[in-house]
Design a protein around this ligand. Structure first.
Ligand SMILES: NC(=O)c1ccc[n+]([C@@H]2O[C@H](COP(=O)([O-])OP(=O)(O)OC[C@H]3O[C@@H](n4cnc5c(N)ncnc54)[C@H](O)[C@@H]3O)[C@@H](O)[C@H]2O)c1
Length: 274
């Protein structure tokens, strides 16, 4: 139980990688604040996590032995994010870890000059500014504690380009840059900030993931067999599992990485080694 007594906030925890992270942190002994918007967002062309999915994440964390608080907040809303962080702080008395995982992959699937102002702003607002808002809310708490670990779930799209995903690629490159800048701001306060860059993650049933099928839809790849199509690009000949990303997040939050900050950890089966 490497994280016993620690309090972790995971954003985008209703399903997917966020659910895998929440459960992995609960297994490691942490108290978990599972935060999610919990409803669809206008302009995002696929369903997002629901309130009942967030409740299921909480149930899985409790089964894993964790104490859990759920929070419904849109990371585009500074007031809601700050209120959720304050509620978590009141409940647990500390915030040790923030996993900035909430994200959208679309509206995408078009050449950059066809992207509207609204589509561009939406992707940046959730995938980049959302992480910044959560950091701004936990920063004063972590710096006052003189301890903390922030893990930003970026993407290989934060390291290389993907055709027809300009907004997503720009947001994730921005998140990698934000990681390095904040790592420097907070190093004197003993708060560490790192990024994880996953490659294509399998839409695993237990976490109800669906981002890869959305990527397939955006690219016009047949949704039947899309996992096989994406596996062909992976040097390790396997898609990343949500648990692979969760393990990296737990590791970066643990004392095993007390000298690791400002780093970018790829969990991509070798994709960016090409
Ligand atoms: N799935 C992949 O192949 C892949 C690859 C690399 C990186 N990632 C990144 O991993 C993270 C999780 O992706 P996933 O595959 O689990 O996706 P997902 O769509 O299955 O889950 C994302 C979760 O974030 C929540 N969310 C979205 N917008 C939000 C908002 N404005 N406020 C609060 N919550 C919000 C959703 O409700 C959902 O529960 C994302 O940041 C994504 O960019 C995913």
């Amino acid at each position: 139980m490497t994280l016993a007594g620690r309090c972790v906030i995971v954003t985008g925890a209703a399903r997917g990688v966020g659910r895998a992270c929440a459960v992995a942190f609960a297994r490691a002994g942490a108290d978990v604040v599972a935060l999610d918007v919990g409803h669809d967002i206008e302009g995002v062309p696929y369903p997002l996590g629901s309130g009942s999915q967030l409740d299921l994440t909480a149930e899985l964390c409790r089964e894993a032995g964790g104490v859990v608080l759920t929070a419904r907040a849109d990371v585009r809303d500074s007031v809601a994010v700050t209120a959720a962080v304050e509620r978590a702080h009141d409940r647990f008395g500390r915030i040790d870890v923030l996993v900035n995982n909430a994200g959208i992959v679309a509206p995408s699937g078009k050449v950059v000059h066809e992207v509207s102002d609204e589509e561009w702003a939406l992707l940046l607002d959730v995938d980049l500014s959302g992480a910044w808002r959560a950091i701004r809310a936990v920063g004063p708490i972590m710096t006052a504690q003189r301890s903390g670990s922030i893990v930003n779930i970026a993407s290989t799209a934060g390291l290389v380009g993907y055709r027809h995903f300009a907004g997503y690629v720009a947001a994730k490159h921005g998140l990698v840059g934000l990681t390095k800048a904040v790592a420097l701001d907070y190093a004197p306060h003993r708060v560490r900030v790192n990024a994880v860059c996953p490659g294509n993650i399998r839409d695993s049933a237990w976490v109800e993931g669906r981002m890869l099928s959305e990527v397939a839809r955006s690219l016009g790849v047949p949704v039947d067999g899309h996992e096989t199509a994406f596996t062909a690009d992976q040097p390790l000949n396997a898609l990343v599992e949500p648990e692979d990303v969760a393990s990296a997040a737990v590791w970066l939050a643990s004392d095993d990485t007390s000298r690791v900050t400002g780093s970018v950890v790829t969990v991509d089966g070798g994709f960016t080694a090409h």
